[in-house]
Design a binder for this molecule. Structure first.
Ligand code: URA
Length: 210
C-alpha cells in the first residue's frame, strides 16, 4: 500500500541519482540516467494497479491469466522537465494515454502560471500519474493536480526524482489523497526556491539550456 510519501531507496536508483547530482555529469548522461530512473520509479508507482484475469490458452492448457484491469492509465507531464520522466514511464507502459500541463514558475513570486493544458478524456476512470522531476515549493504540482481533479481525476499519483520537505508538506495539505513517489527527500529550499543539495535546474540539465 502506498503511503503519502514513498522514497524508492533501491541501490540502482540511489547510485544513478548521485551521478545525476554531480555538476560535472554531461547533458547526455543526465538525460539517459533520468530515463533509467524513471523506469524504476514507474515500476514502484504502478505496483498496486488493479488486476483482473483473461482466459487464454498456453501451449499446454487453458488458464485464467492476470492482466491489468480498467482503462489505460494517463500520464501527465508537467512541462517541460516532466518530459524527462515521461519518456521512461512510456517505455514501461507504452499503451498509456499522455497529457501535458504547461506551468512556468514566476521567478519573483514562485507561483505557477499556466500556459498549456491538454489531457486525455475520462480521467475519472483512469489511474493518473503526474510526473515532474523536482517537487520544490509544491506550487506547480498542487496547481497541476487541482486542474486534473477539476477534470474528474480521482485516482492520482505524483512521481518525482527529488522532493523538498516544503513541497511535501504543501502537497500533503492540498492533496492528502495523492501519494508521492520519489527517489530522495533533500534538506531544504534555498531563497530562489531551488532544492538543496539537489541537482540544479532539472530542465536546463536535461536539455543543455541555461
Ligand atoms: N526546479 C528545478 O529544476 N530545480 C530545483 O531545485 C527546484 C525546482
Amino acid at each position: 500500500m502506498l503511503e503519502h510519501l514513498n522514497v524508492v531507496d533501491h541501490p540502482l536508483v540511489q547510485h544513478k541519482l548521485t551521478i545525476m547530482r554531480d555538476k560535472n555529469t554531461s547533458t547526455n548522461s543526465f538525460r539517459r540516467l533520468l530515463r533509467e530512473i524513471s523506469l524504476l520509479l514507474a515500476y514502484e508507482i504502478t505496483r498496486e494497479m488493479e488486476m483482473t484475469t483473461r482466459r487464454i490458452e498456453t501451449p499446454l492448457s487453458p488458464m485464467d491469466a492476470p492482466v491489468i484491469a480498467g482503462k489505460k492509465l494517463a500520464l501527465i507531464s508537467i512541462l517541460r522537465a516532466g518530459n524527462g520522466l515521461l519518456d521512461g514511464v512510456l517505455e514501461l507502459v507504452p499503451a498509456a494515454r499522455v497529457g501535458f500541463v504547461g506551468l512556468y514558475r514566476d521567478e519573483k513570486t514562485l507561483q505557477p502560471v499556466q500556459y498549456y493544458y491538454k489531457v486525455p478524456s475520462e480521467l475519472k476512470d483512469r489511474l493518473v500519474i503526474c510526473v515532474d522531476p523536482m517537487l520544490a515549493t509544491g506550487n506547480s504540482s498542487v496547481a497541476a493536480i487541482d486542474l486534473l481533479k477539476k477534470d474528474g481525476a480521482n485516482n492520482i499519483r505524483f512521481m518525482c526524482l527529488l522532493a523538498a520537505p516544503e513541497g511535501i508538506a504543501r502537497m500533503k495539505e492540498a492533496h492528502p489523497d495523492v501519494p508521492i513517489v520519489t527517489a530522495a527527500v533533500d534538506e531544504r529550499l534555498n531563497e530562489h526556491g531551488y532544492i538543496v543539495p539537489g541537482l540544479g535546474d532539472a530542465g536546463d540539465r536535461m536539455y543543455g539550456t541555461k
